[in-house]
Unconditional design. Structure first.
Length: 276
């Protein structure tokens, strides 16, 4: 039995390493291409390593003012969406988990059904709504439609269901209000799942291309993924600069994962995404 377990563990390790190597290949190609002289990016046959490493593509990209504007817009947008999603989703989840009101089950079912609705289906009505509100080409026009995430409400609701009710009952006896219980007891106990929701929301918002692309036309309002698309269109075959922009866009997410990987693992374990 022990030998079989060790053999299965070895096979799992080999498969994990193989998948990690397969995932790393596109990133390695992007990084190496960004360090090539522009003349070597279209050579046939293609070569992995450049004849000489150069940072010229990075200097050219960072010398443009737009890249810094897009970077700021992405940080601001992803940060605001993350804060609003954590706050609003946790409040809605606490309401579903701890309060009993007429139509609660029907409303919860409606929220869960929202998980099944593709984002693309809502693009046209959302755009008309932003036009009506005058929010096209504004940061809030990019932010507000991304704040409603039914999946996060459901994940937090499931976690809140597992928080011992005895703690809240003791607080109610001491005269605490629902808001105080939510803010002082439930939220501190929910740090692992809140960290997971925040990280996943930030990554999803940072990488979101479709909605910011539709609702922004002014380069000053674009986020980094949308700006990257305009770079590709204007640079043509200047692949080194395109790859340099991709690397710059991915660095914040890589740094986020390195700093908070423990929270990501703990959050997955506590949200039920690991098969619990």
């Amino acid at each position: 039995m022990t030998e079989r377990f060790r053999g299965g563990k070895a096979v799992l390790s080999v498969v994990t390493v193989a998948l990690a190597a397969l995932w790393s290949l596109p990133f390695a190609w992007t990084l190496l291409t960004s360090l090539k002289p522009e003349s070597e990016t279209t050579e046939v046959p293609l070569r992995w390593l450049p004849s000489e490493f150069t940072l010229e593509a990075y200097r050219s990209v960072l010398a443009t003012d737009d890249i810094w504007i897009w970077l700021f817009n992405s940080v601001f947008t992803a940060g605001m969406v993350t804060v609003l999603v954590v706050l609003l989703s946790s409040m809605a989840a606490y309401g579903f988990s701890r309060t009993d009101f007429r139509g609660r089950r029907a409303l919860l079912g409606f929220v869960v059904a929202g998980v099944l609705v593709p984002t693309e289906v809502l693009i046209v009505p959302l755009f008309h709504e932003m036009v009506f509100l005058g929010m096209v080409d504004t940061p809030w026009g990019v932010i507000l439609p991304q704040v409603v995430l039914p999946a996060m409400v459901y994940i937090l609701k499931v976690f809140f269901d597992g928080v011992p009710r005895e703690l809240e009952e003791a607080a109610i006896v001491d005269g605490a209000s629902r808001w105080r219980i939510y803010w002082r007891i439930v939220m501190p106990l929910s740090r692992p799942v809140l960290a997971a929701v925040a990280i996943f929301t930030f990554i999803t918002t940072w990488n979101n291309f479709l909605w910011p692309f539709i609702v922004t036309a002014d380069p000053g309002s674009m986020t980094l993924p949308v700006g990257l698309a305009t770079v590709q269109g204007s640079y043509g075959v200047r692949y080194a600069e395109v790859m340099a922009t991709v690397v710059i866009a991915g660095l914040p997410l890589l740094l986020l994962f390195v700093l908070f990987q423990r929270h990501i693992v703990r959050g997955v374990a506590h949200t039920g995404l690991a098969g619990r």
